[in-house]
Ligand binder design. Sequence first.
Ligand SMILES: N[C@@H](CCC(=O)N[C@@H](CS)C(=O)NCC(=O)O)C(=O)O
Length: 250
Amino acid sequence: MIELYFWPTGNGKKVVILLEEAGIPYEIKPVNIGRGDQFDAGYLRIAPNNRMPAIIDTEPMGGGAPLSIFESGAIMMYLAEKSRKFWPQSPREKYEVAQWCFWQTGNQGPKLGEQGHFARAAQDPNNGDLHYALQRFNNEAHRLFGVMNLGLFGKEWLAAGEYTIADMICYPWATGWKMRGIEIDEFPNVKRWLDAMGARPAVQTAMALGPEFREDPSTITDEERARRAGILANQRAWPVPKEWVAAAAR
Ligand SMILES: N[C@@H](CCC(=O)N[C@@H](CS)C(=O)NCC(=O)O)C(=O)O
């Protein structure tokens, strides 16, 4: 069984696309990143980067104790390798797929994430003149859609001549083109691919996740809001949790 530590964002949904496509049994363990669940000492054991997604495989490839994995690229590769689906393993195809997985986690995800971050920050005048940051990441967003457009030129799928984890990992972040100021007609290969991806039932199941996880804002007290703001904004390094230290001393 795969335990999926999940919250309904693009990074979480890419893993659900693969689990659904491959028919892998899984159980969702919600990590409410708006509440700060990602900082729990127990969760940091699985995901020291205090981000979701993460998985625990209770029957891991290679046997032995349950295996935990953080970082969506590594998770996608592990699940594809274990299920022997959606990641051809001959060297040429294997690395065609791998390069797009690394491109997604090193470029598309972080840059589009920063674009959103600065767009939100710019709404507060206390943050000063963010013109350069906005320009930088708006340009990067445009560039990244161009990269995908090149990658999909004359091809149905991104890599290996077939539908793979490369497509699944890149899809959720690409769907937000409109709110990112992208005119999708400028990128016809991406537009066609978005339509093909969006028609797949597994993709639809994953992308529909969301409402059932949301908290009722009226149930969150002002005190709790202040606590959350304090831990979520301006994150810096955390000390080793006292629970870890106590367990190591035993
Ligand atoms: N490179 C990571 C990125 C994961 C990531 O950024 N997750 C976000 C949600 S989309 C998160 O958990 N954020 C929590 C926080 O910022 O504290 C991956 O691909 O798994």
